[in-house]
Design a protein around this ligand. Structure first.
Ligand code: 2RA
Length: 329
C-alpha cells in the first residue's frame, strides 16, 4: 500500500496524517505532496523526516491511494491525472461532489456502493457529513420529508488564515483578515460565497449533498450557515420533519445504535454536545433530542462534530480503509 496525502501542509492535511497514525493505517510508503511552493521542503511525521514532493512527482510515482485536501482548483486539475495513472483519489474539495459520475461517500451510509471503477471519490462537505450521519438512520425508519438547519461553524473550516485571524484579534495583533469582518466577539451569517438565490454556497451544499447521499431528491433541506469564533468543531440545530410519526425514545435508541454517533443528552445534568468536547474526536455527537411540539412528525436535535475530523480527515481515511479492506485498490 502506497499512499499520498496531497495538501499535506494544510490544516486538513495535518489532521489526515494524525488520523492515519491514530487508526494505525498500514502503508508501505507515504508520500507527502504539496504545491510547487512547498515541494522540496522537509516535514517531520512520526519522528521521520519527509521531503515534500510535487504533484508531478506524485502522479509519476503512481500511489495506490491519494487523499486530496488541496482546494477545488487543484483537485479539478490533478485528480484526473492521478486517476489516469491508476491511483484512487479520495477528494476533500467540492470539485467532484455533485458530478453524477463521482460517488459522494459517508462510509457508515453508502460505502457499499464503491467499486474498483471509482477512481475519484468525493468526501462531502463537513457540515453535511455530521448532519446526514444523524439523519440517515431516521430517514430509513420514518422517511425524511424536510429539514431546517442552522449551523454554528468553527473557524477551522475556513483554514489556517481564519484561525490566525481569530488568534490575532484575541491577542490585539494586526494581521491579515480571512473574513470580511471581525470574527472574535462576532457571528457571521456568511460561509462561502453568496449565490443568485440569496443562499451561500455552503447552504446549498447542505441541500444538494444531502439528497445525493440519501439518494432521495424528494428530501428538502433549507439551511442557514453561520461562522462563530470557535475552533473545536461545528454545531447544528436540526429540525427534521418525517413522513411517519416516531417515538422519541426509539429515535434515541436508533441513534445510539448508529456507528459513529455518540449520544450526549442529559439536560438535567447540563449534558449536551459542545465543540469544546468534540475537538479531536472522530465521532458525531447528538443531544437535545426532542419533539417539535409546533408540528406533527417533527424532531429537534443538536449535532456537533470536529469538522476537521469526521467532517474531513476521518471520513476520508475511513473511505481509504474501506477501499483497502474490500480490495478495491
Ligand atoms: C467551512 N464547510 O466550514 C467549510 C469547510 N469545508 O467553511
Amino acid at each position: 500500500m502506497r499512499i499520498a496525502v496531497v495538501g499535506a501542509t494544510g490544516l486538513v492535511g495535518g489532521e489526515i496524517l494524525k488520523v492515519l497514525d491514530e487508526r494505525n493505517f498500514q502503508f508501505d510508503e507515504l508520500m507527502l505532496v504539496a504545491s510547487a511552493r512547498s515541494a522540496g521542503k522537509k516535514m517531520e511525521y512520526k519522528g521521520v523526516e519527509y521531503t515534500i514532493i510535487s504533484m508531478e512527482d506524485a502522479v509519476a510515482a503512481k500511489p495506490d491511494i491519494a487523499i486530496f485536501s488541496a482546494g477545488g482548483g487543484t483537485s479539478l486539475e490533478w485528480a484526473p491525472k492521478f486517476a489516469e495513472a491508476g491511483t484512487t483519489v479520495v477528494d476533500n474539495s467540492s470539485a467532484w461532489r455533485m458530478n453524477p459520475a463521482n460517488k459522494l461517500i459517508v462510509p457508515e451510509i453508502n460505502a457499499s456502493s464503491l467499486t474498483k471503477e471509482d477512481k475519484i471519490i468525493a468526501n462531502p462537505n463537513c457540515s453535511t457529513i455530521q448532519m446526514v450521519l444523524a439523519l440517515a438512520p431516521l430517514h430509513e425508519k420514518y422517511g425524511l420529508k424536510r429539514v431546517v438547519v442552522s449551523t454554528y461553524q468553527s473557524v477551522t473550516g475556513t483554514g489556517k488564515a481564519a484561525v490566525d485571524q481569530l488568534t490575532n484579534e484575541r491577542n490585539g495583533v494586526e494581521g491579515e483578515m480571512a473574513y470580511p469582518h471581525k470574527i472574535d466577539m462576532n457571528v457571521l451569517p456568511h460561509i462561502d460565497v453568496f449565490m443568485d438565490n440569496g443562499y451561500t454556497k455552503e447552504e446549498m451544499k447542505m441541500t444538494n449533498e444531502t439528497m445525493k447521499i440519501l439518494e432521495d431528491d424528494q428530501v428538502k433541506v433549507t439551511a442557514t450557515t453561520v461562522r462563530l469564533p470557535v475552533v473545536g468543531g461545528h454545531a447544528e440545530a436540526i429540525n427534521a420533519e418525517f413522513k411517519n410519526d416516531f417515538d422519541v425514545a426509539e429515535v434515541r435508541s436508533i441513534l445510539e445504535g448508529t456507528e459513529g454517533i455518540i449520544i450526549e443528552d442529559d439536560p438535567a445534568n447540563n449534558v449536551y454536545p459542545m465543540p469544546i468536547n468534540a475537538h479531536n474526536k472522530n465521532e458525531v455527537f447528538v443531544g437535545r433530542i426532542r419533539r417539535d411540539e409546533s408540528q406533527a412528525n417533527t424532531l429537534n436535535m443538536w449535532v456537533v462534530a470536529d469538522n476537521l475530523r469526521k467532517g474531513a480527515a476521518t471520513n476520508a481515511v475511513q473511505i481509504a480503509e474501506y477501499l483497502v479492506k474490500n480490495e478495491l485498490v
